[in-house]
Ligand binder design. Structure first.
Ligand code: SAM
Ligand code: SF4
Length: 474
């Protein structure tokens, strides 16, 4: 998607910090919602335009009024008309939990002497990836603490290692990264290993709050983190993920911080964030944060529809930190990617003895420990189309969500057929009994929604998959 020339004029903001807390609070304190303003803002979003900070504040400040139902309806409509019923699935793979930082919310922080430290060996990575492939995973996000051991060369090495693992009919086709901010050269090295998205969450966009929680190590530097994805862009990684950790500061401020970050990236690089994440703080070993800013379920259910409307072109990720019920509800308002079959303990995917969470080996407690098959089962029951598609990124159609969003018919031409093909593979190779039956029924139903020519070529590819061919896509 191309942005307007006015926005490009501020491209001299590259690599410069862009958060002014007084500006954000000023807007939040000044904006008064009223019916016609709220409706105009929703209409703008449904017209596929990102909202400004003021417009986002109109939605935020409508919380608690009877206008809020209209905001939810707007988010639902945007999700249905733009994204359809596809949900993209992935799994996290923790590579190492050594860390030199001292983030007060994280079980991996250096001051947590009870944490059992581990970095997977190459053989262990291969075993873990094999186990993930045996479950049917195709997309992973690799997660690392911040430590000299996890250099850009090492991260690039692990990415290549993961792509090289082939177990049975399994393979990993997209490796995303969640790791510390790098310098430009570091990002270049990691980018060259063929990653999908590089995610860095700002945690909190408020500089003072940031100081309260980040007490040691390189992560103390707010601006270095804030400009991380600028450096990624400079290094040629145009697929980046942003996010905030909800519960550190006022959620309303964080929502505007995220929107400001999206608008900074658009203005400077002509491309906004590929994904937005909004983790909430979960129980961790010797968690050390006040509950003053705890984001309740109630508030969470408000901020997700607001984010959906505020940045309408971006994928929204909701992980197994949240319970199955919360995840199910948030999918109605636009969450488009979830993890399934998640395990956080290092080495636990290939160790079937390990079913219980053990917090001195893990970053935080998860609330959805279902297997990938159970997650898929529920998605199918609720009329979603589970997808393992990695096509756009491998076809060089980067910024896939922009295309989904801005190219008319893109979803019906590419996303739905590719979701159907990857689900067909999953059913043939990994599904049993009821999931398999439900899956084929969902495929048939979704084929009916396609234009006849596309449906026909999708059917031909499904036949090839049934006959043993793999990795077919549009
Ligand atoms: N170490 C890198 C960093 O800090 O950016 C990357 C990985 S960190 C393991 C991934 C994310 O987990 C963090 O950015 C933070 O938002 C989130 N996180 C940390 N502690 C958490 C907790 N107790 N509950 C939920 N999410 C948490
Ligand atoms: Fe380390 Fe990341 Fe945890 Fe902070 S959030 S302690 S940087 S692993």
């Amino acid at each position: 998607m191309h942005f307007t020339p006015e926005k490009l004029r501020i491209s001299d903001q590259r690599m410069k910090p862009f958060i002014d807390p007084d500006e954000i609070w000023g807007i939040l304190n000044a904006v008064k919602p009223d019916k016609s303003r709220v409706r105009d803002v929703i209409a703008k979003s449904l017209g596929k335009q990102r909202l400004t900070l003021e417009e986002t504040a109109v939605l935020v400040n409508s919380v608690g009024t009877d206008l809020f139902e209209e905001i939810r309806d707007g988010a639902r409509k945007l999700k249905d008309t733009v994204y359809g019923n596809r949900i993209v699935l992935f799994a996290p793979l923790y590579i190492g939990n050594r860390c030199t930082n001292n983030c007060q919310y994280c079980g991996f922080r250096v001051s947590n002497s009870e944490a059992i430290r581990k970095t997977l060996s190459d053989d262990e990575i291969i075993n873990e990836v094999g186990a993930l492939e045996d479950n049917g995973q195709k997309r992973l996000i690799l997660v690392y603490g911040e430590h000299p051991e996890y250099s850009p060369d090492y991260i690039a090495h692990t990415v290549r290692l993961v792509y090289g693992v082939r177990k049975g009919r399994g393979e990993i086709r997209r490796v995303n990264i969640n790791a510390a901010p790098l310098d430009i050269e570091g990002f270049r090295k990691v980018g060259e290993a063929g990653i999908g998205t590089y995610q860095v969450f700002q945690e909190t966009y408020h500089p003072d709050a940031y100081k309260w929680y980040h007490l040691g190590g390189k992560k103390k530097d707010f601006d270095w983190r804030l400009t991380a994805l600028d450096r990624a862009q400079e290094a040629g990684i145009d697929d980046v993920g942003i996010g905030a950790l909800f519960g550190l500061y006022d959620w309303r401020f964080e929502v505007l911080g995220i929107v400001r970050h999206a608008n900074h990236l658009e203005a400077c690089y002509n491309v906004g964030p590929h994904t937005i994440s909004f983790p909430r703080i979960k129980d961790a070993l010797s968690l050390n944060i006040p509950d003053r800013y705890e984001t309740s379920d109630e508030d969470f259910k408000k901020l997700v529809p607001i984010l959906r409307l505020a940045v309408p072109y971006t994928g929204l990720i909701l992980t197994a930190r949240e319970s199955p019920d919360v995840r199910k509800e948030m999918m109605k308002y636009g969450v488009s990617q979830i993890d399934g079959g998640t395990k956080l303990e290092l080495g636990s995917y290939s160790d079937s003895r390990n079913e219980e969470q053990n917090l001195n080996r893990e970053q935080f407690r998860i609330n959805d420990a279902r297997s990938l098959s159970e997650v898929i089962d529920e998605l199918l029951t609720n009329d979603y189309l589970p997808s393992f598609c990695t096509s756009c990124y491998r076809m060089g159609r980067t910024g896939e969500h922009f295309m989904e969003f801005s190219v008319p018919g893109f979803i019906k031409r590419f996303c739905t057929p590719n979701a159907i093909l990857t689900l067909s593979e999953y059913i043939c190779d990994y599904a049993t009994g009821e999931v398999s039956d439900k899956g084929w029924r969902a495929i048939e139903k979704n084929l009916q929604t396609l234009e006849p020519g596309i449906a026909q070529s999708t059917r031909e590819k499904i036949e090839k998959i049934r006959n043993g061919e793999r990795d077919l896509y549009f």
